[in-house]
Design a protein around this ligand. Structure first.
Ligand code: 5AD
Ligand code: FES
Length: 342
């Protein structure tokens, strides 16, 4: 089918076959991104949701081949924020008007559910939505955290390609990861997932399968990140040129899941000047500025040259607000649930 016709179909039906998706991913992306922008405007309006990201521990027991926080990387200084520092980071974000906080860490077993519940209880004294992003846990643990008031959870599947997943995630199981995601959905979390784009041996066909998986899971949020090779990881020599394909994967995701929340990821801004604005004009409607206070920001080095590591949280807020408004969009005042139109 001609690209224009395919996009017309996608804009009304929001369903695409694997072959359709492959065709769109093989296109130059210009019409695709425009269609995704239109769908975003129709279903999500012009507001951009800011989610305050608090990276509270960079300690990780896993060894994902691409990640700078993998346990084998001895060159990164490891930290955990104290409860007080987490609270202060949150307070800053709330005072600046944030309605959602995202607490993210490596897979750090120090954080038992009890510890996490104490932290969450403290943060919930504010009127904010809490999102967790701390990796794989059991159904029971997810259940307790949900009951403690966590409403959203982010867990990227990273890739749905079994062979690729196996090659990049030692001692991990893709089936367990799928199960975690279905457990989160079952428990009523707004569930976020996503993939990396640009992994060695990743094919267009496998990216198309990734998008079909987002649809099958009925993900509430999808974050797509271009791989940025980290020098202290086995993928240090992988391709760096992953922005355009990541953008296209994101745009197709918007077409098939028109009402979900899609972030313009920090990784996109890191490898392309104005990458987040380009993403916001290609289907995205969320930005997640880093609200971690103090000296730790630079140690959360998932990938190299991450933006804003030497800036203060308040500078980041002003900077991103200005960019959003310059792009003709508005900062949302709502909590930004999937069902919120604005
Ligand atoms: N480049 C880009 N993104 C990465 N992530 C991990 N390592 C890298 C990298 N080198 C992403 C993973 C993870 C998220 C927190 O960061 O997708 O889920
Ligand atoms: Fe930390 Fe993959 S390296 S979860």
């Amino acid at each position: 089918m001609k690209i224009g016709k395919l996009l017309e179909k996608a804009k009304t039906e929001h369903s695409l076959s694997k072959d359709d998706i492959i065709e769109l991913l093989n296109s130059d992306g210009i019409l695709l991104c425009k269609a995704a922008d239109e769908v975003r405007e129709k279903y999500k309006g012009n507001n951009v949701h800011l989610r305050g990201l608090i990276e509270f521990s960079n300690i990780c027991g896993r060894s994902c081949y691409y990640c700078g926080l993998r346990s084998e990387n001895k060159k990164v200084e490891r930290y955990r924020l104290s409860d007080e520092e987490i609270f202060l980071s949150a307070q800053n974000a709330v005072n600046a008007g944030y309605k959602t906080l995202v607490l993210q860490s490596g897979e750090d077993s120090y954080y038992t559910v009890d510890r996490l519940c104490r932290i969450i209880e403290n943060l919930r004294k504010n009127d904010v939505v809490i999102t967790l992003s701390i990796g794989e846990r059991t159904f029971e643990e997810y259940k307790i955290l949900k009951e403690a008031g966590v409403e959203r959870y982010l867990l990227r599947i990273e890739t749905t390609d079994r062979n690729l997943y196996g090659a990049l995630h030692p001692k991990m199981s893709i089936d367990n990861r799928f199960e975690c995601l279905y457990n989160l959905k079952k428990l009523g979390y707004e569930t976020g997932t996503g993939v990396l784009v640009g992994l060695p041996n990743q094919t267009i066909s496998s990216l198309a399968e990734d998008i079909l998986f987002f649809k099958e899971l009925n993900a509430d949020m999808v974050g797509i990140g271009p791989l940025i090779p980290h020098p202290e990881t086995p993928l240090k020599d992988a391709s760096k040129d992953n922005f355009d394909m990541a953008l296209k994967v994101m745009a197709v995701t918007r077409l098939v899941l028109p009402d979900i929340n899609i972030p313009a990821t920090t990784a996109m801004e890191t490898i392309r000047k104005n990458g987040r604005i380009i993403a916001l004009n290609s289907g995205a409607n969320v930005v997640m500025p880093n609200m971690t206070i103090g000296k730790y920001r630079k140690y959360y080095e998932i990938y190299p040259d991450k933006i804003c590591i030497n800036d203060s949280p308040l500078k980041c807020i002003d900077c991103i607000k200005l960019k959003i408004e310059t792009a003709g969009r508005k900062v949302s005042q709502t909590k930004g649930y999937r069902n919120d139109i604005n």
